[in-house]
Design a protein around this ligand. Structure first.
Ligand code: NAD
Length: 493
């Protein structure tokens, strides 16, 4: 194929993300012929491993986590030759000199300068050191060829995100920086744009004249597991709303891009974020509900409460659940509430967007008004991947009675083997396509949207910390939030 030879460098190659997501994704891309003909996968980690040990470890994880069922021994044998483990300590300058030698050696053998893709799969506290050392050693100087992927969390608040962007700008041009939000790589999130702008019949209705409200839900059954220490310093607002849910909101609310092109699409998303109404601190309880899980049962397993989790401060003020209401104050969305909720240790794992349309003007079916249900468009993101449109039909029979029916497009049925989000995103980064990655202003604006909430919550007593039993669908206060406007959370059925 015509892809440029590439040296891929994974900082944190022995970590959790690398084993569960990155290596399986690279392997799948390789199996399906998407990787460049010439590439090297340099995997950096602190502990000593022989090449054989490390490759066996990668193989074990590919078998455990890859979506591909037909494992090919031959393909693996070809792939494993590309993997090279390098013992590496980010804090030691010597390590970067060794890396430089390694990258130069690859280029010399190739007879040309390979592209370089640096993946920072390490704690955010290392970003600055890595960035500075790459610059000092001249490892990422070629703007057209060298790229850096950065994981979430990107900053802790607006100020730190701005500082991080400023720092990175000393080494990289913006077009070299790929800030990953893996939700943007999910098939049915990308599909929102195809659905909206590739059809004639939905977009004319996609506004406040016809849409009553929008609900975005990202529910997880997992708790904080063994990441209590990390999570306690973050919480659902920072860990989920600021990035994943806000990005989904952008896809649903954005204006039509003039073309399917990175700058244009990202501009339209930033427009949405700028239009999201900032919540005044004194109104915080009117717009938000936060909560922590207490002990309960999730999928038949007993789960301890958040405050009892290892690594969590027993007096913690960190939320594991958020429900909130946003408004996008522009012409299209004026007055339409966007409800969002996300939580850990919930009854089911489900991410979805539900567009609820206004009720039909019910002159014709006055007598059946109780059975009339507004049209609803559901976009299931995970684990289901489908689009469902509900509408009213005549109930078969002699009388004129109405009942709701549903049309379903099921992704799995059409294509049971859809790629993982990380495959899509890694391939885009290899190809230099940043459409699905976040630009600096997008990240900063998204932090700005939640900034007043962060401040109000951190003040303590301003808003109550509710609780919900693990395995439930969240606190009752989240229902009240919607009830005030005559709304309720839709269950996914
Ligand atoms: P991890 O703790 O499992 O792995 C961290 C890696 O950093 C290890 O390979 C470790 O060897 C390496 N490391 C630590 N100190 C080092 C040093 N001084 N020199 C060289 N290497 C060093 O973390 P993770 O879960 O893989 O997460 C990595 C990044 O990805 C983090 O920024 C995290 O927030 C982000 N992330 C992870 C997940 C996930 O599912 N694990 C999801 C989203 C984002």
């Amino acid at each position: 194929n015509d892809k440029k030879p590439t040296s891929i460098v994974v900082f944190g190659g022995t970590g959790d993300l690398a084993k569960r997501k990155l290596f399986p994704a690279f392997f799948n891309l390789f199996l399906e012929g998407w990787m460049p003909d010439d590439f090297e996968l340099l995997s950096l980690g602190r502990t000593e491993h022989t090449q054989e040990e490390f490759r066996a470890y990668i193989l074990e994880n590919i078998k455990a986590f890859s979506r591909i069922k037909n494992f090919s021994e031959d393909k693996w044998n070809a792939f494993k030759e590309k993997i090279k483990f390098i013992r590496f300590d980010i804090t030691q300058e010597e390590s970067f000199i060794q890396l430089k030698n390694q990258l130069d050696y690859i280029d010399t053998n190739l007879g040309s300068r390979a592209n370089r893709l640096f993946y920072l799969s390490v704690a955010p506290s290392f970003i600055e050191k890595v960035s500075n050392s790459l610059k000092k050693n001249g490892l990422a100087e070629n703007v057209d060829q060298d790229r850096m992927i950065i994981e979430k969390p990107f900053g802790y608040d607006k100020e730190s995100a701005v500082a991080l962007n400023t720092m990175l700008a000393q080494t990289f041009k913006e077009e070299q920086i790929y800030r990953i939000d893996h939700y943007l790589g999910k098939e049915n999130v990308q599909n929102i744009l195809a659905f909206r702008f590739g059809n004639t019949i939905f977009e004319p209705l996609w506004n406040n004249k016809y849409i009553d409200s929008v609900q975005i839900t990202v529910a997880e059954t997992v708790g904080v597991e063994d990441r209590g220490g990390y999570y306690d310093g973050s919480g659902a607002l920072r860990d989920m709303i600021q990035n994943h849910l806000m990005q989904i909101l952008c896809m649903v609310a954005m204006e039509a891009p003039t073309e399917f092109e990175s700058t244009e699409i990202r501009n339209r998303k930033v427009d949405v974020l700028k239009s999201v109404r900032r919540i005044n601190p004194e109104d915080i309880n009117h717009y938000t509900v936060r909560a922590q899980y207490t002990q309960g049962e999730v999928e038949g397993q007993h789960k301890r409460g958040y405050l009892q989790e290892p690594g969590v401060n027993p007096n913690s003020n960190t939320e594991t659940y958020v429900a909130m209401k946003f408004y996008v104050d522009n012409e299209r969305w004026n007055g339409v509430p966007f409800y969002m909720r996300t939580g850990k240790s919930m009854s089911e794992k489900a991410s979805s967007v539900i567009i609820s349309f206004k009720e039909a003007p019910c002159t014709t079916f006055k007598s059946t008004v109780n059975t009339l249900k507004p049209n609803k468009l559901t976009i299931d993101i995970q684990p289901e991947m489908d689009i469902k449109l509900s509408f009213m039909t005549k109930k078969p029979g002699l009388e004129m009675q109405l009942k709701p029916a549903e049309m379903v497009f099921d992704y799995f049925e059409c294509s049971p083997d859809t790629p993982e989000a990380y495959e899509t995103l890694l391939l885009d980064a290899l190809d230099g396509d940043s459409t699905l990655f976040m630009r600096s202003d997008q990240v900063e604006e998204a932090w700005d949207v939640i900034s007043n909430i962060q401040t109000a919550w951190e003040k303590g007593n301003v808003s109550k910390m509710y609780t919900y039993p693990a395995g439930s669908s969240g606190p009752e206060a989240a229902d009240e939030l919607l009830k005030r406007q005559g709304h309720y959370w839709f269950t996914n059925s």
